[in-house]
Design a protein around this ligand. Structure first.
Ligand code: GLC
Length: 615
């Protein structure tokens, strides 16, 4: 698209946007003045995912569908559409946040008729299906899920039932999905569609869309559903061969009867395809977690975390904050270690090209997965139920795969609380598998490891045991690294409230944390820990709050300390002081918030770092 043309289209948007904003303001003022309810405002986005419907879902072997999901454990998400043309910049102004929401009133508030004109400029001549599928393969991803229609209503495939699509409305006149499915089939990569079934901001009657058609006739959700949504789901499940997954999104308050009809269409046309957990009314085949959420605790049943290479799903011109290959692997291993699947997103530019850095980080992390396929594919959850101070664990049969991100400098790696008998311990080096010596010290296995980490990203130690791996889930304090115990693993005592806190950094960039807050005088957060090596440990706390706070940290039956520290709007770690653990074994560490600011103080984690330990 020429810059001049786009600017002309955008300039029109600006004028119309001002007009539309005035109309909306006028409508709002009038309706409020008349005592009518204000026009429907977008629900809280995270409430639209319906993640509250947490139900343990079957694993694929029981459900007879989703083997690639359940065994592959790692997939490519692709967000690509008209919004990629704007890349978060409209009329010279940059909007920070997830790019696919750019037209929404909460972002650039582009009038639907103006937004639709973008299709005339969409000409992705650099789109290369073969290259994208090869990138997924190089990354070690087992299937691809791509936006067929996002909330903006533009179909990225050749839809027969609605002309607002990539073949009818653009100069490119090509259906990229035809090539993608062909390349996926040739490469042995699964293929699935993302479809926003509830929100449609440009089709009359769609949730968040116009409430009348071009002639001013009122349109309902039922009209949208029958005229566009249902026929399009029929199209994407019949015209593109075998589909692995239909990823419905943001069901919000969509009525169950509609979701049931869509699921029925998927079952009829694609009996082996999974329906995402965000279908609504708990009608999905598995649980979809909230955006960008990698869980800290093992999650039962089939589930998926979705995340993105930077901070936006769709291409955003400014967003150069890429996850490193090590971070990608850490999050992928964490999802497998908690028992689930990780779907990781790229946002191609409007010309169809994939940002170079996205390709680099996917290929580098993919090279590691090629060296350690068993860590990811068909791997089971960690018997510890959570990550460990030096890394994480996934399981293959009776072998624990220790994924070490913080290689010890002491030549000793502590594996706590294993309830099996160890048969062998080996490390993968360039020279192949090397046997490691080890000894039992109390409840820990102490492994003699080389001083240099065998792998510059993540080193893998394989511990073969005498049966299904079992472990004590208590957090053991590592004698050479700081151990962080999140509030997720503590229990409340007395008056204190445990809750989930979910928030956006930039628009649509979601974070989630669990906290103890609203402290009463007797309120305590109780952390169970196992001391492997007795001695002095420094206690620090991560929390948010207002003003200076006084925290108490006590070892049940032992030392109690308190200290005053400042607080911050973001979770920040502050030192409290040293605590003595006189002998190895289990302890309860109790945290309380004293004096002022107790109501807003929100504790997210206790950290215990070795200071002076008994020899
Ligand atoms: C949220 C956003 C949507 C994005 C999806 C990815 O639902 O609304 O834009 O496609 O998350 O998981």
């Amino acid at each position: 698209m020429t810059k001049k043309t786009l600017q002309k289209v955008i300039a029109n948007m600006r004028n119309d946007r001002i007009l539309v904003t005035m109309k909306k303001y006028l409508a709002l003022t009038c309706s409020l003045a008349l005592g009518l309810s204000s026009p429907a405002l977008a629900e809280d986005m995270d409430k639209m995912w319906n993640t509250g419907e947490e139900t343990i879902k079957l694993r694929a072997k029981d459900a007879k569908r989703g083997q690639l999901f359940d065994e592959g454990n790692y997939a490519m998400f692709i967000h690509w559409g008209l919004y990629s043309l704007l890349g978060n910049k409209v009329d010279g102004k940059t909007y920070y946040g997830i790019g696919e929401w750019i037209m929404n009133p909460r972002v650039a508030n582009i009038p639907p008729e103006e937004y639709k004109k973008l299709a005339g400029q969409f000409d992705p001549t650099n789109f290369d299906a073969k290259e994208i599928v090869q990138l997924a393969k190089d990354a070690g991803m087992k299937y691809i899920v791509i936006t067929a229609k996002h909330h903006d209503g533009f179909a990225m495939y050749d839809s027969k039932c609605n002309d607002f699509n990539i073949t009818k409305a653009t100069p490119w006149k090509t259906d990229p999905m035809k090539d993608l499915v062909k390349e996926c089939e040739a490469a042995g990569i699964g293929f699935g569609f993302y479809y926003s079934h509830n929100q449609d901001w440009t089709y009359p009657g769609g949730m968040g869309g116009p409430t009348t058609d071009a002639e001013g006739n009122p349109k309902t959700f039922d009209d949208y559903f029958k005229e566009k949504c249902l026929p399009q789901v029929e199209e994407i499940t019949t015209e593109y061969g075998k589909i692995e997954l239909v990823w419905f999104d943001t069901p919000g308050k969509m009525e169950k009867k509609y979701v049931e009809q869509l699921v029925e269409v998927v079952r009829k046309n694609q009996p082996d395809a999974l329906v995402s957990g965000r279908a609504g009314h708990n009608l999905g085949d598995y649980q979809s977690l909230g955006d960008m959420e990698v869980p800290h605790k093992n999650v039962e049943g089939m589930w998926e975390a979705v995340d993105t290479t930077n901070d936006s799903w769709a291409y955003a011109w400014y967003d150069e904050y890429w996850k490193t290959p090590k971070e990608i692997l850490k999050r992928t291993i964490a999802c497998v270690g908690r028992g689930g699947t990780y779907m990781f997103n790229i946002g191609p530019e409007s010309d169809g090209s994939v940002p170079e850095r996205a390709k680099t980080i996917l290929r580098e992390s993919g090279n590691w997965i090629k060296k350690h396929p068993n860590v990811i594919y068909n791997a089971g959850a960690s018997p510890y139920g959570h990550a460990l101070p030096w890394g994480d664990v996934t399981v293959q049969g009776n072998t624990l795969q220790l994924c070490v991100l913080e290689w010890p400098t002491t030549g000793k790696l502590y594996l706590p609380g294993l309830e099996n008998t160890v048969q062998s311990i080996k490390v993968m080096t360039d020279a192949g598998l090397t046997e490691l010596s080890f000894e039992k010290q109390g409840t820990a296995i102490v492994i003699d490891v080389p001083y240099k980490a065998p792998d510059d990203l993540i080193s893998v130690i394989r511990v073969e045991v005498d049966g299904e791996p079992k472990a004590d889930k208590t957090y053991a304090l590592d004698p050479s690294l700081k151990t962080t115990v999140l509030a997720d693993f503590a229990k409340g005592e007395g008056k204190v409230k445990y809750k989930e806190k979910r928030w956006m950094e930039k628009f649509g960039e979601w974070k989630v944390a669990h906290i103890f807050t609203q402290w009463g005088d007797d309120g305590k957060a109780v952390f169970d820990v196992e001391v492997l090596v007795p001695g002095e440990y420094n206690a620090s706390l991560s929390y948010t709050g207002e003003g200076r706070l006084v925290w108490g940290v006590e070892v049940e039956g032992g030392e109690k300390i308190q200290n005053q520290q400042n607080s911050s709007h973001n979770f920040q770690e502050f030192p409290i002081g040293w605590l003595n653990f006189p002998k190895a074994g289990k302890y309860k560490v109790k945290v309380s918030c004293l004096e002022e600011g107790k109501d807003k103080a929100a504790l997210n984690a206790l950290h215990l770092a070795p200071m002076i330990l008994q020899k």
